[in-house]
Design a protein. Structure first.
Length: 229
């Protein structure tokens, strides 16, 4: 695992140029993008890059069950609004509530994922793969934990307003990608980042599975990296 520690602003710029670098090398790259607060600065940087993303196949990592793409709380809304519309990405794929299992075939049909961009939940979730998700899981519907609902309470205007379920790429889907970039910012992520890097690879910390990925880059600000040494 490669670990990069820098200021939040510099990480945003560096991750943005890593992604545009992949696309410069492979214009029709299949890239999975995550929603969440961590991504705002990265997507703002990407929107300013002069790269051509028109051939890129974009895959949304996850979505709340019951939220359409025009609902501003949805992952699709953030990705469309901050990223796809700005970069001229039109080949957009999203997991379907009705048929989650078809998503992996859709990814395969595009040649598999070249890159997945991830954030991390306070309990170690990636996408919405909550603790105790099976390592060999493909895209599926997941019940959100109380920890995740608390973490997303501000976004939804109250913990009770957070959807109970989400559809998400599975751990196998994510780990099958050729490259993984995971970004974490802020002191509140420092404990889980420590577990990601040094913890046992247990299903109780889904992100720790990424220790075994051959091309995993962990991008942290100083606060999120504070417990690594
Ligand atoms: C959510 C999303 C993740 C996201 C993570 C971190 O639950 N499903 O994909 O990466 O939480 O969110 P944030 O960036 O807002 O801290």
């Amino acid at each position: 695992m490669k670990i990069i520690v820098d200021s939040k602003e510099n990480i945003a710029a560096r991750v943005s140029s890593m992604i545009s670098g992949y696309v410069a090398e492979k214009p029709a790259a299949s890239i999975a993008f995550t929603a969440g607060d961590t991504m705002h600065g990265i997507y703002a940087e990407l929107a300013n890059e002069n790269a051509d993303f028109s051939e890129c196949e974009a895959f949304n990592v996850c979505e709340y069950v019951g939220l359409d793409a025009d609902n501003e709380k949805s992952c699709a809304y953030q990705l469309n609004n901050e990223l796809y519309s700005k970069l001229g990405i039109t080949k957009i794929h999203a997991p379907s509530e009705a048929e989650p299992e078809s998503y992996d075939a859709e990814i395969e049909a595009c040649g598999g994922l070249d890159l997945v961009l991830l954030g991390i939940g306070l309990n170690g979730h990636i996408g919405f793969n909550e603790p105790a998700t099976l390592y060999d899981s493909y895209t599926h519907t997941a019940q959100l934990t109380d920890s995740t609902k608390r973490m997303k309470a501000a976004h939804f205007g109250g913990e009770d307003k957070v959807p109970s379920h989400a559809v998400t790429m599975g751990l196998k889907t994510i780990c099958s990608a050729n490259n993984v970039i995971l970004v974490a910012f802020g002191a509140e992520k420092a404990d889980i980042v420590h577990k990601l890097v040094y913890g046992k690879t247990s299903t109780y910390v889904p992100a720790a599975m990424l220790q075994m990925h051959m091309n995993m880059t962990l991008c942290l600000d100083e606060e999120a990296a504070a417990k690594l040494n």
